[in-house]
Design a protein around this ligand. Sequence first.
Ligand SMILES: NC(=O)c1ccc[n+]([C@@H]2O[C@H](COP(=O)([O-])OP(=O)(O)OC[C@H]3O[C@@H](n4cnc5c(N)ncnc54)[C@H](OP(=O)(O)O)[C@@H]3O)[C@@H](O)[C@H]2O)c1
Length: 294
Amino acid sequence: MEVAEVDDPVVGPDSLLVEVAAAGINPVDWKIVAGYLQGAFPHHLPMIPGWDVAGTVRAVGPAVVGVAPGDRVAAYARKDHVQNGTYAELVAVPERAYAKVPEGVDLVTAGALPLAGLTAEQLLDATDVRKGDTVLVHAAAGGVGSFAVQLAALRGARVIGTASEGNHDYLRGLGAEPVTYGDALVENVRGLAPDGVDVVIDLIGGEALAATPKLLADGGRVASVIDADVVKELGGRYVFVHPDGPMLDRLLQLVADGRLKVEIARTFPLERTGEALAANQDGHVRGKVVVTVP
Ligand SMILES: NC(=O)c1ccc[n+]([C@@H]2O[C@H](COP(=O)([O-])OP(=O)(O)OC[C@H]3O[C@@H](n4cnc5c(N)ncnc54)[C@H](OP(=O)(O)O)[C@@H]3O)[C@@H](O)[C@H]2O)c1
């Protein structure tokens, strides 16, 4: 990775040109830089990574209505090809992806929310989480997990979340009952939910996902963002987060209303994006790492 001067992005008829203020880091970003997603999307080098963004609209394409230069927006700005990402001063955002940032929500907070917040909400939709459910969230202290815990609690569910002990108070603050992961996972969860849980939200895969049959109550539901094959064998849903402006709008409103917290672990200036990616790759970030553009 290197910092370089490049041409301004092309703004299509249904896109917004956004001056980037903040761009959240997600594990997918370092996975793309490492080349792990080459089979999933066409890649064009040199490329700018980054899928989350918050900033100020500089220009809009001729077909775009309802948003104007000067408006503050956020987006999960994934496109069909990997090339022009958000770790930049300017990015073109497809109209389907953006939402306006409400007053009172700062752009670092807004830039940390889109991909992880949408993933959490789309997982809860896929498993039809509702009032009275007991939901187990694996990796509950991370970017997606922190939102999944809070959004499940807002739906009226009881939430159990896995994390290392250093994050247990943090999880309690979000509304979850914490359990430690590892060898005693099943025992720990069954200790809190002797009849099993209604829903498993998997953000980690491997042994945690494989333990699902020992954790679910009869008729329980499971969804994973990690392992499509295994979760389908288990009768569950694989979720790949899709951009959704109206859903992002609702999540930003929850943040503005003080009902959804966005935990910012650390920010890095744009020229240190490589360090920001490495901090996330460490795998133990609480909440979100964000790149900022002055
Ligand atoms: N398919 C999709 O659409 C999609 C969308 C979003 C994310 N994802 C994937 O989902 C995963 C999670 O994403 P994220 O943004 O939430 O990641 P993240 O923020 O980097 O997750 C970090 C968290 O993981 C926890 N953790 C690490 N090892 C764990 C383990 N063995 N068991 C339980 N928790 C553990 C850590 O808690 P402790 O420090 O307490 O261990 C830390 O808080 C990533 O692999 C990402 O690529 C997929």
